[in-house]
Write a protein that binds this ligand. Structure first.
Ligand SMILES: [Zn+2]
Length: 92
């Protein structure tokens, strides 16, 4: 019987029924969470450095790709459209 009654009670109500758990969640201060996150980064400096390198490589690639990107302009429209279709659809 216990199983069925538990299934029938919605989640929110169940959370209210367990005040200790809710309080624990609310009490955990955000600064502590931030510190814990920082610790994890410090603990894993190699992975973080690798990620930084990867990120820089990708940003460089993106920059190279975006600079020669074609721009479609028409009339007095100040917008640089990315494709001819968009420029055609533009009402400016
Ligand atoms: Zn336009």
């Amino acid at each position: 019987m216990g199983f069925f009654t538990r299934r029938l009670i919605p989640r929110k109500v169940r959370r209210i029924a367990h005040p200790i758990r809710a309080v624990k969640r609310a009490v955990t201060p955000k600064p502590v969470k931030k510190v814990l996150r920082g610790v994890s980064i410090v603990r894993n400096p190699l992975g973080n450095a690798a990620y930084a390198v990867e990120r820089s490589v990708f940003t460089k690639k993106r920059k190279k790709r975006s600079s020669p990107a074609p721009v479609y302009r028409h009339g007095k429209c100040p917008i640089k459209h990315r494709s001819s279709e968009v420029a055609m659809r533009c009402k400016n």
